[in-house]
Design a protein around this ligand. Structure first.
Ligand code: AVJ
Length: 315
């Protein structure tokens, strides 16, 4: 069965990452594991929430400035999209960029990719779409296409880069540069703002973000046969002002033990697992970070509140 070997490798890696993460003094789980099928669906639901400003703000920036963006980027590119998910904002680029050679959506969620490719294939029947299921935290390798990748443009929306620490973000930008040294990068970054806006966005009143966070424990139960009692953990989001980031936590409601494979982990009352960082930047701080990967900010577009920015990075 094609793909099954990949699946086994991913399962082993998932177990390793979970055991390592929960074995640390500050228990952590990598945020990329939030996005199984259920998690990806819950994330799409988050994106529809009034309190979750990033999606609609970024979309509005794209809608307002798409002509200028397309003119600046120019014609005849391969469009590579990282973390493409449901590819909503991509439609604007696909409609607006002229003479696209191919569209290569790259995502860790096979189900999200399948769905996006089916829909986009119907909407853009003449577009060459080459989906790649992969993890951009590892070297990014792309399929051999008939088309030339040189002069490709990479789209990395959603402030996904905000999940990474400074060093990991620089390394990711360096990996993107290695795909094609000449490639431009159009990227979304979430900006610093009033902390109450941030806290509401990650603690929504309908509890969708809580369900999204807690699903990670359910996923570990489902896929790794663990015995988390999910009701005994609570979702929490805090703003770490010093590190300029939102942190999502899963807080243990009392003293409890959990078994995963042959390992037992103990949770004190109030002890938490950190499941996600979501860094908030100023354009200046992000420009300095990009410079470490030899990218410079050629253009920046933002909304009237300056809550979110779309940056065009060039080598
Ligand atoms: C997809 C990483 C951009 O950090 O805002 C949403 C994920 N986490 N609500 C973010 C997320 C909680 C999201 N990113």
């Amino acid at each position: 069965m094609p793909g099954s070997e990949v699946q086994v490798v991913q399962d082993v890696e998932f177990l390793d990452d979970v055991i390592n993460g929960l074995g640390q003094d500050q228990k952590t789980l990598p945020s990329k594991y939030l996005y199984d099928k259920t998690g990806s669906e819950l994330f799409e639901e988050i994106c529809q929430l009034g309190e979750y400003y990033p999606t609609r703000t970024e979309l509005a920036i794209m809608e307002t400035h798409i002509d200028e963006m397309s003119r600046t980027i120019g014609p005849d590119h391969v469009l590579l999209e990282l973390g493409s998910g449901a590819s909503v904002k991509t439609r604007l680029l696909l409609q607006s960029l002229s003479h696209l050679a191919a569209y290569v959506p790259f995502d860790i969620s096979e189900s999200a990719l399948d769905e996006a490719v089916t829909k986009l294939g119907e909407e853009f029947p003449h577009l060459h779409i080459h989906p790649v299921c992969g993890d951009f935290m590892q070297e990014i390798s792309l399929p051999d296409l008939d088309v030339d990748y040189s002069g490709s443009v990479t789209y990395f929306p959603g402030s996904t880069i905000g999940n990474l620490t400074h060093d990991k973000a620089v390394e990711l930008l360096q990996r993107i540069r290695r795909v094609d040294e000449q490639s431009d990068l159009l990227l979304g970054v979430d900006l610093e703002k009033d902390r109450s806006v941030l806290l509401n966005a990650y603690n929504d009143s309908e509890g969708v973000t809580a369900a999204f966070n807690l699903n990670l424990l359910q996923r570990i139960n489902r896929e790794l046969g663990a015995n988390f009692d999910v009701n005994q953990f609570e979702h929490r989001a805090v703003y770490n002002e010093f590190a300029h980031r939102i942190e999502m936590h899963l807080v243990s409601r009392h003293d409890q033990r959990v078994t995963i494979a042959d390992r037992e982990f103990r949770f004190q009352p109030g002890e938490y697992i950190c499941t996600e960082h979501s860094h908030k930047y100023t354009i200046e701080r992000f420009s300095a970070l990009a410079a470490e990967a030899d990218f410079h900010v050629a253009e920046s577009w933002t909304d009237s509140n300056e809550w979110f920015a779309v940056l065009l990075l060039t080598p």
